[in-house]
Design a protein around this ligand. Structure first.
Ligand code: APR
Length: 252
């Protein structure tokens, strides 16, 4: 799959930054957004993942998020998530920057991670922005009216999903940490993102400007392909174990 020189360049990296999108969870059975059969094939993001949609029809927005939350919570990490978790434990410096709101990276064992679109397993209250981490998915059919919205355990006010919707600001601390690490890494691995949204975040450009080797893993061309030194046109759950499968798991 790779030349000896490229493999040596990847294996010698000391500061590894991984940037993932929905494609890394595709082989766990979670649909991506823009592929055939993806989430945006039958829904308009404007109707589900904007503050205007929530103000217009909060029950529809909550029910879609609960459907996705239960789908993600019921899915298992795949070989791609597991290979990246091994890479995390084996790399002197590592950061996974994910756009994904599922928790499959964490459940596979990736510890050094920033979630720039926040987390489907969190709720945030409308009154004071208190964030609560859920330990299990909420009952998918529990919301029939705004009276049924999850209540904040701290102040009792109704909550929304704590995910970044279109048109909203990214959380500052994760974004700042992502940009700082992308700017100083020596290997930047893009896994399973179209780059349609994330192209504007600038992580890949920052890594490239620092002289990092840019590796893309995606069966198809993306908006970030032009920045890649190498693009591996394979599914993540096949390519990543092949690249990093020999790394021992967590040291016992
Ligand atoms: N392995 C690797 N990549 C894959 C796989 C796979 N098995 N299957 C699909 N892909 C690739 C597709 O080729 C595509 O480039 O994953 C990418 C998925 O792209 P999108 O559906 O646009 O998802 P993503 O890039 O994560 O979207 C970014 O947009 O809608 C918002 O907030 C949402 O976080 C999301 C953001």
């Amino acid at each position: 799959m790779l030349s000896d020189e490229t493999r040596a360049r990847i294996e010698s990296a000391k500061k590894v930054c991984v940037f993932t999108g929905a494609g890394v969870s595709a082989e766990s059975g979670i649909p991506t957004f823009r592929d055939a059969g993806g989430l945006w094939e039958n829904h308009r993001p404007e109707d589900l993942v904007t503050i205007e949609a929530f103000e217009r029809d909060p029950v529809l927005v909550w029910r879609w998020h609960l459907w996705l939350q239960n789908l993600c919570h019921g899915s298992q990490p795949n070989a791609a998530h597991e290979a990246l978790a091994r890479l995390d434990s084996a790399s002197p410096e590592f950061l996974c920057i994910t756009q994904n709101i599922d928790d499959l990276h964490e459940r596979a064992g990736t510890n050094r991670i920033v979630k720039i679109h926040s987390d489907l397993m969190q709720i945030r209250c409308l009154a004071k922005d208190h964030v609560t981490q859920l330990t299990t998915a909420l009952d998918e059919h529990s919301i029939r009216s705004s009276d049924d919205f999850p209540k904040c355990p701290k102040c009792g006010s109704p909550c929304r999903p704590n995910v970044v919707w279109f048109g909203e600001m990214l959380p500052i601390e994760p974004l700042d940490r992502a940009r700082r690490f992308a700017s100083r890494c020596d290997l930047f691995i893009i896994v399973g993102t179209s780059g349609v949204v994330s192209g504007g975040y600038g992580f890949t450009e920052m890594a490239k400007h620092n002289g990092a080797f840019i590796l893309e893993i995606n069966p198809r061309k993306s908006e970030l392909t032009y920045l890649a030194d190498i693009s591996i046109r394979l599914p993540a759950a096949e390519a990543l174990p092949e690249l990093f499968g020999t790394i021992p798991g967590d040291q016992d």
